[in-house]
Design a protein around this ligand. Structure first.
Ligand code: DGL
Length: 272
């Protein structure tokens, strides 16, 4: 018979196209400090935000297979682009485990935040083209207006660490023009990298309420684990394992900026 205590002690598998999903890991550590986490970042094949649905589905299936083999108790899709185009296939693959994702969580948080039902979303090209945020929002509120803006230049600027740089400010200003010209009251940060730009975005768009899908995903994960009786409630301190498909130059420095703490247990795991 399966020992429920063993199930609770299994790690949560969190994954992303690269380093950006560490913003979700950080939120999970804060919200669920007792949970063991295993992170997979596909750093050898990032970015996903400009790739086709078929390619993203193939890559994601390989990551999920790996995490299932690590005996995770739940999966968290920390990448907006993966959630946008491969969420359904991942759920079909997950053998009934809880699967949480940044788009479902971000859409629900946006609906709770918006007063005028006009929500703006900034994200990668693939996420915007998939229309996934609009679908997730309309599933709960068909009357809501969703305005999406692809911001492909922001991912490299954040990875460069230019969080307050003039180049980033001008880029953000340009991307936000159509949004600020209209009357949305809420801005969803629909990409793993954007939470790091919150201070700059607050300055450039002071009338927009910012929705950070990392924190809402952590809250959803807490709810799902509680509902499934899978929450780890006691025991020694949590263990964090980081797996990446490549360790590029400056990975640790960039990763630690996203995570807000040191990355200790780092290993290379190649897939495919
Ligand atoms: N993680 C991706 C996202 O949240 C951004 C980086 C990429 O394009 O792979 O959409």
């Amino acid at each position: 018979m399966t020992n429920p205590e063993t199930l609770q002690n299994r790690p949560i598998g969190v994954f992303d196209s690269g380093v950006g999903g560490l913003t979700v890991v950080r939120a999970l550590m804060e919200r669920l400090p007792l949970e063991h986490l295993i992170y997979y970042g596909d750093t050898a094949r990032v970015p996903y935000g400009v790739k086709s649905r078929a390619t993203i589905e193939t890559y994601s299936a390989q990551i999920v297979e790996y995490l299932l083999a690590q005996r995770v108790k739940a999966l968290v899709i920390a990448c907006n682009t993966i959630a946008a185009v491969a969420g359904d296939s991942i759920r079909a693959q997950a053998r009934g485990l809880p699967v949480l994702d940044v788009i479902t969580a971000g859409a629900q948080a946006a609906l709770q935040t918006s007063q005028n039902h006009h929500i703006a979303v900034i994200a990668t090209n693939t996420t915007v083209n998939s229309n996934a945020y609009a679908r997730a929002i309309h599933a709960h509120d068909p009357q809501a207006r969703v305005q999406s803006q692809a911001c492909p230049l922001l991912v490299p600027l954040v990875e460069e660490g230019w969080l307050e740089h003039d180049v980033t400010r001008l880029t953000v200003r340009e991307y936000l023009k159509p949004i600020l010209a209209d009357d949305a009251d809420t801005l969803v940060l629909g990409c793993t990298h954007y939470p790091l730009l919150k201070p700059l975005l607050r300055e450039e768009a002071p009338r927009l309420a910012l929705v950070d899908s990392a924190t809402t995903t952590a809250a959803h994960t807490a709810q799902a684990l509680t509902a499934a009786g899978l929450l780890r409630q006691s025991g020694d301190s949590a263990h964090y394992r980081y797996c990446v498909s490549d360790i590029p130059l400056r990975f640790r420095a960039i990763g630690e900026r996203f995570l807000g703490r040191s990355i200790d247990d780092l290993e290379t795991v190649r897939l495919g």
